[in-house]
Design a protein around this ligand. Sequence first.
Ligand SMILES: Cc1cc2nc3c(=O)[nH]c(=O)nc-3n(C[C@H](O)[C@H](O)[C@H](O)COP(=O)(O)OP(=O)(O)OC[C@H]3O[C@@H](n4cnc5c(N)ncnc54)[C@H](O)[C@@H]3O)c2cc1C
Length: 258
Amino acid sequence: MLQRGANVLLIEARAEAGGSIRSERTTEGYVVENGPNTVVSKDPALLEHFAELGIADVRLRAERAGAKRYVVKDGKPVLLPNSPPTLLATPLLPLASKLRILAEPLLPRATTPDESVATFFARRLGSELMEQFIDPFVAGIYAGDPHSLSVQSSFPALWEAEQRSGSIVLGMITKATQRKPDNGEAKKPQMKSEMLSFHDGLATWPRAIAGRSVSGSGSTHPRRRCASAPRAGSLMCTAMDNHSQCRPIRSSWRLPRR
Ligand SMILES: Cc1cc2nc3c(=O)[nH]c(=O)nc-3n(C[C@H](O)[C@H](O)[C@H](O)COP(=O)(O)OP(=O)(O)OC[C@H]3O[C@@H](n4cnc5c(N)ncnc54)[C@H](O)[C@@H]3O)c2cc1C
């Protein structure tokens, strides 16, 4: 928005912008992440965005060795499966669960408009896989309960795969092998998926955005709560201060035309 010349008003209820992203460095020099620790992307636009914010050089990429993750089972480290063949070979699941996974393409598709992450994976892949893998995975990404999260919002690609092909496995294979129609548009540049953070933690990113809105034409208002919703074509905000008194802090501004 700043690039397009908008006068950005950043209103944040907490002391620092970033929401769940909160990083701190201890006196011993360690970086502690209180929320998310990495972001995964294969969109070159994100790297351009980091360069534009001046934080591309302090970004950290996960080492290839990090692709292998282990869990401790019966006192021994066991490789976490990261592909369909390793899922079928893993000693973490009994044979019955593996057969259940192989039967996934034969199961009927959902008829409900949405369901919880837990119901979706238990229905498609069995409750054992849901409890052993999906539950810890969801806790790691969303710090949430798979019984309360919507699968359509949390795993849209898998939900769409089932809707499209009646099966997660078939849907993903179809998508991977499908040729995109040539609509004459220039192809978007592609890059390999990267798992990223920064030398001082993930909060480097929202801090840079907040800093930019101060140094640009915008302004930042920490510990202020935005109390009104955007209106058509313009944004009007009122801030509520610590004493719960409502007061307008800025008049409305128009979004720039593309
Ligand atoms: C423990 C944990 C670990 C996670 N790990 C990962 C991970 O490794 N990788 C990953 O990709 N995702 C991870 N996530 C998910 C990720 O953090 C969230 O998806 C993402 O941060 C959501 O960003 P957001 O801006 O939509 O919301 P939030 O992070 O919730 O930010 C919303 C912000 O808006 C402010 N706000 C709300 N209402 C108002 C108001 N009325 N006025 C002013 N300010 C207001 C809040 O104070 C807050 O700062 C994790 C989440 C948690 C909790």
